[in-house]
Structures are given as C-alpha cells and as structure tokens.
Write a protein that binds this ligand. Structure first.
Ligand SMILES: [Zn+2]
Length: 131
C-alpha cells in the first residue's frame, strides 16, 4: 500500500478529505487563506458524502491548537536553524523578527492542516459506504 493512497490518514490530511469516507471534502475550499479569513459559519460541519459531523463533541477544535502549536514550534526551529546557519552574525532581534514573519505566513496553512490532523486522530477510515 502506498503511503498517500486512499485509506491512509495522510491522504485525508493532504487532499482535504473527510477522515471517514475519504470522498467528501473536509474544508469547503482547498485554499487555506480562504478558509482562514473568508470562511462561513458552516465550514467544517458535516461531510456531504457520509454525513459525519466533524465536530465530534463541543469544543472539539480546541484540541487542534495542540497540533497547531507543534507545527509552529517546528517552523520556529526550522527558521532558527536556517537563519543561524546562513547568517551566523545576525542580530537576535532580526532573527526573532524573521521567525515571527515565517509563523504568520505559515499560519493559514497551519490552521488548515491542524484541524485535519486532529480529526484524523479520532476518526477511522471506513472504505465501503455502509454507514
Ligand atoms: Zn465523509
């Protein structure tokens, strides 16, 4: 089985698919910027194919903040390492500024992916349509 084939968690995360059926879309749009800034109230509600309610319990999405935090730390470490490697004499404040800008640029993608990762922890793929 390929790593990013239908049925794997990575498929659902990378291709914005419902974690249960891998057919319906999780987000209305594949554009993370649109989802973060221009999403409507009914974003991330139910799957149009299997009618899975994405918010498994009240406050479910608070948990995705832990995933988002982990991604942010990974981005911070990456940019800290890159700036330290390519600009060894950089001022610490400029380095922090570069990291903050990187976090802000990545934040829409982070928001988009962290919810997908979080729901994939709890929902298992069910291949046939016998829901
Ligand atoms: Zn579905």
């Amino acid at each position: 089985m390929k790593l990013v084939s239908k049925g794997s968690k990575l498929y659902s995360i990378l291709f914005n698919k419902c974690p249960k059926c891998h057919i319906g879309s999780f987000w209305d749009s594949n554009n993370p910027i649109k989802n973060m800034f221009f999403s409507t109230e009914n974003t991330c509600q139910t799957c149009e194919n299997c009618s899975l309610s994405y918010e498994l319990e009240i406050g479910f999405w608070y948990g995705s903040m832990y995933v988002s935090y982990a991604i942010s730390v990974a981005v911070m470490v990456l940019f800290w390492t890159l700036t330290s490697f390519f600009f060894p004499l950089i001022n610490i404040y400029n380095e922090i500024l570069i990291i903050i800008i990187a976090i802000l640029i990545v934040s829409p993608l982070n928001y988009h992916v962290s919810r997908l990762i979080w729901i994939n922890f709890f929902v298992k793929y069910i291949p046939n349509d016998t829901y």
